[in-house]
Ligand binder design. Structure first.
Ligand code: SF4
Ligand code: SF4
Length: 206
C-alpha cells in the first residue's frame, strides 16, 4: 500500500511559473494507492488562480490501454497546454511523461510507502517503477525515476561507468542517467542538472 501527498507550493510553483495554459490530470488511484483527492482539488484551486487550467480526473493512468484512450480523447487539451501537471503516484507520472515525451510533464506530489501489502504491479509494459521514496524527483529528471532507473539510485548521476548506453552494474539495462540526460536535452532543460544538487532524505523511506 502506498500514499500520495501534495508537494509544497513553494517547490512546485516556480517550476511551472513560465507556463500559461495547464492541463491538470488527477488520477483517482487504484487498489494499492491512497490519494488524498481533497489535496488534489485544493491544488486545482491554487493553480487555476494563476494559470489557465483545465482539470481532468481519470483513473488507472498507468495502464497503457487506458492512457492511450485518454490521450486520444484529450488530444485538443494536450495540444493547447504549455505543460501537463499530474497528481498521481510516480508510475502514473512516468507513464504520461513517456507517452507524451515532447510535452513538459510535472508532478504535484510525492509517493510514500505505507506498511502492509504492496501489491504493486506495473501494467505499463513493466517499464516504470516507483520505489516510494517520499520525495519525487521526476520534475527534475524529465519524468524518468532516478531511484529505479539507475542501478545505484543516484540522484546526481551519471556515475560515468556506462558504455554504449549500458549500465556498468547491469549490462542488460540502459543507463538510467543517460536516458534522463538525453530527454532533458530534447526538452531543452539540461540546465536543471547544472543548477541543482540533490540530497536524498532517507527519513521518508520505510
Ligand atoms: S523519485 Fe522515483 S521512487 Fe521517488 S516518488 Fe518519484 S517515481 Fe517514486
Ligand atoms: S551506469 Fe548509469 S544506471 Fe548504471 S549505475 Fe552508473 S549512472 Fe546508474
Amino acid at each position: 500500500m502506498f500514499l500520495i501527498k501534495s508537494k509544497p507550493e513553494k517547490e512546485v510553483l516556480p517550476i511551472i511559473n513560465n507556463c500559461k495554459k495547464i492541463l491538470y490530470i488527477v488520477c483517482r488511484g487504484c487498489n494499492e494507492v491512497h490519494i488524498y483527492v481533497k489535496e488534489a482539488v485544493n491544488y486545482f484551486e491554487i493553480i487555476k488562480n494563476k494559470f489557465q487550467t483545465t482539470l481532468r480526473i481519470l483513473d488507472y493512468i498507468c495502464n497503457k490501454e487506458f492512457l492511450n484512450k485518454y490521450i486520444s480523447v484529450l488530444s485538443k487539451e494536450i495540444n493547447n497546454s504549455d505543460a501537463i501537471v499530474v497528481f498521481s503516484c510516480g508510475v502514473g507520472i512516468a507513464s504520461i511523461s513517456s507517452a507524451l515525451s515532447e510535452k513538459k510533464v510535472f508532478t504535484l506530489c510525492n509517493t510514500f510507502y505505507l506498511t502492509g501489502y504492496k501489491g504493486f504491479n506495473i501494467p505499463y509494459e513493466g517499464k516504470f517503477d516507483c520505489a516510494l521514496c517520499g520525495n519525487c524527483y521526476l520534475n527534475y529528471t524529465a519524468g524518468i525515476c532516478p531511484i529505479t532507473s539507475c542501478s545505484k539510485s543516484l540522484l546526481n548521476g551519471p556515475c560515468g561507468g556506462a558504455k554504449n548506453g549500458r549500465c556498468e552494474v547491469d549490462k542488460t539495462k540502459e543507463c538510467g542517467w543517460e536516458k534522463i540526460t538525453l530527454k532533458l536535452k530534447s526538452l531543452n532543460k539540461l540546465d536543471i542538472l547544472i543548477k541543482q544538487i540533490f540530497i536524498h532524505n532517507h527519513n521518508t523511506q520505510p
